[in-house]
Write a protein that binds this ligand. Structure first.
Ligand SMILES: Cc1cc2nc3c(=O)[nH]c(=O)nc-3n(C[C@H](O)[C@H](O)[C@H](O)COP(=O)(O)OP(=O)(O)OC[C@H]3O[C@@H](n4cnc5c(N)ncnc54)[C@H](O)[C@@H]3O)c2cc1C
Length: 558
């Protein structure tokens, strides 16, 4: 589009309403107030409301929150439960081994069990009360650069009211150009605008490949919560069954109080077998005798899915550029051994805010001025957490004995291990052709296990995530070359998109135009916005872009 758009100028623009940017916005207003600065600040979020795309019934390490809002408990912080103890179990097909030793990273005693959806809504209320202009239902569609293409000057929001063929409906509203002196990108894992920035400004060429896990999570309402009542712990992390031991991933169960548990399973996207259905390990986890006993008689009340960036320190791109910064999960800012990214995202947003205040005082927004951000990170606890986990995910992807040796050595050397700066293969390149797996079965579940109450199938999961998109809009998932799907991919991998998508967005159907061939039918309305397809397609043939703002999941608890 070459239309002249309405332009709205701001001092600072935050793209994404997750913990990174909301904490950044609050910290920015706090510091600006202290210095008597008057700022125009905006935050856009693609979800219909703040929190509607926030997945993870999560454990919050309150470290960053204590700094952001020391009296947070008096300010109505929405906590579901407090962790009173941890259990760490190793599962085989039908046995459970309680590990006698719980690594220090996952000591969660005293931490808070939260609904990330509620938590982000609460942060947004605080930010709004301090004067931040919050615009839910607006997706950042395009990064705006200066004429030289080297400085970010803002973001264009997505058009609304386009018909499925891209033409304008009577309800059409053109996207707006939100112009800013500084833009903070906090899009979470696999940010679509961050992908553009990385290419345009060469932010990631000297970093290790990003790595991801896809996590499926549910809140289950139980008739009674007898299991945790009798235990000294209310937080469980599980390794082993049903995943192969050299594939990163695992499960968790957190007691959320009020007869609810948060249960989830993460699968490393470095998996090799194209037959793997991303939802099957989660279902098998729920059916394991140890887990089945905890959730017996329960009903799934909400499901959510999202990828999380797990590559850690070495996969972080450059965090600053002319006119902007990256914060949180979109920059792989995640404590990988601790399985936690909320407090690290929050801290990075807060340090971004400190950087911006200094830049505003100097009236300079070039990358040299914004580089203070990297110094602030280096001087903070955030750096220590990220640096200690620098080789962790790489070790997780090793075969069992090597994995144990690497992880043990990293544990005692605080991250250095047997070999420092270990590398990792891009998730897109790890899948092997289906011929290698003909004799070997992928994790799979029988379809008769679904009762759609406690064990739910994909479409019921979509329903329980309250995912909705306007049906007659252009597809936000682009298959670049459908011929690849029908021919190469079908033969070599058996169209893995039909299995790695948890929302059944991709369906292989007979191609009426070419008898004997298949075509991929898209159901974009089912999309959880997890972005697994953008990462794992072996031909890099799928691009995920933001749909019309306001579409997507409608989480309230997850
Ligand atoms: C299953 C699962 C369990 C987890 N459990 C825990 C846990 O127990 N503890 C923990 O600390 N961490 C946990 N995490 C990780 C944690 O959720 C993330 O690290 C954290 O949410 C990252 O915060 P963020 O603000 O960077 O990004 P997000 O939380 O992903 O927020 C980004 C926001 O930006 C919006 N957005 C993205 N692109 C655009 C755009 N172009 N325009 C407008 N809006 C946009 C998104 O809709 C979203 O609301 C878990 C993750 C998963 C998937």
């Amino acid at each position: 589009m070459t239309d002249q758009r309405e332009q709205i100028p701001f001092d600072v623009l935050f793209v994404g309403g997750g913990p990174a940017n909301l904490s950044g916005a609050i910290q920015l207003m706090t510091l600006a107030n202290e210095k008597g600065m008057e700022l125009e600040v905006a935050l856009i979020e693609k979800g219909a409301e703040i929190g509607s795309h926030a997945v993870s019934g999560a454990i919050l390490n309150p470290r960053a929150l204590e700094e952001l809002m020391p009296d947070y408990e008096d300010q109505g912080f929405p906590v579901e439960a407090t962790v009173r103890g941890d259990a760490f179990v190793f599962l085989t097909k039908d046995k459970t081994f309680h590990m006698p030793f719980i690594p220090r990273y996952i000591h969660n005693d005293g931490f808070h069990v939260i609904s990330l959806s509620r938590f982000t809504r609460w942060l947004a209320e605080k930010a709004e009360a301090m004067g931040v202009n919050i615009f839910p239902g607006f997706s950042g569609d395009e990064v705006l650069y200066d004429e030289k293409g080297s400085t970010v000057i803002g973001v264009r929001t997505g058009d609304k009211g386009l018909d499925v063929d891209g033409s304008r409906k009577p309800t059409f509203e053109a996207g707006i150009d939100l112009m800013a002196k500084v833009t903070v990108f906090g899009e979470g894992a696999r940010g679509s605008l961050v992908g553009d920035l990385e290419k345009q400004l060469d932010l990631a060429s000297s970093s290790m490949s990003q790595a991801y896990e896809t996590g499926i999570k549910e809140v289950i309402h139980l008739p009674e919560n007898r299991f945790f009542e009798k235990k000294a712990f209310n937080c469980i992390h599980a390794l082993g069954f049903p995943l192969d031991f050299d594939l990163p991933g695992g499960g968790f169960i957190y007691d959320m109080g009020q007869q609810r548990v948060a249960i989830g399973y993460l699968v490393g996207l470095s998996y090799e077998n194209p037959h793997l259905d991303i939802c099957d390990p989660f279902i098998q986890f729920k059916q394991h005798p140890f887990v089945a006993d905890i959730i017996k008689g329960g009903k799934v009340v909400e499901q959510g899915v999202r990828t999380v960036s797990t590559g850690g320190y070495f996969s972080m791109p450059q965090l600053v550029f002319n006119g902007g910064l990256l914060a949180g999960g979109c920059a792989a800012i995640h404590n990988v051994p601790a399985l936690k990214g909320i407090h690290t995202a929050m801290k990075s947003g807060m340090l971004a805010a400190e950087t911006i205040v200094q830049a505003l005082e100097k009236h300079r927004f070039d990358k040299e001025t914004l580089a203070v951000y990297q110094d602030l990170i280096a001087a903070s606890w955030l750096y220590k957490e990220l640096y200690e986990g620098r080789n962790f995910y790489q070790a997780l992807a090793k075969p069992p004995v090597l994995k144990a040796l690497h992880l043990g050595a990293q544990y005692v050397t605080r991250g250095k291990g047997l070999r420092d700066h270990m590398t990792i293969t891009d998730d897109r390149l790890t899948m092997k052709a289906q011929k290698h797996f003909l004799a070997e079965k992928a994790v799979s579940v029988d379809k008769d296990v679904f009762d759609n109450v406690l064990i739910v199938d994909k479409l019921t999961g979509v329903f329980l995530s309250k995912t909705m998109h306007r049906e007659d809009q252009p597809a936000h998932l682009m298959i670049h070359d459908p011929e690849i799907c029908a021919d190469q991919c079908q033969k070599e991998y058996g169209n893995p998109c039909t299995r790695f998508c948890p929302g059944n967005v991709y369906e292989a159907v007979p191609d009426e135009q070419h008898p004997g061939r298949i075509r991929i039918k898209l159901n974009p309305s089912n999309c959880f916005h997890c972005k697994t397809c953008d990462i794992k397609d072996p031909y890099d043939n799928i691009t995920w872009a933001c749909p019309e703002g306001g579409g997507g999941p409608g989480y309230t608890v997850v």
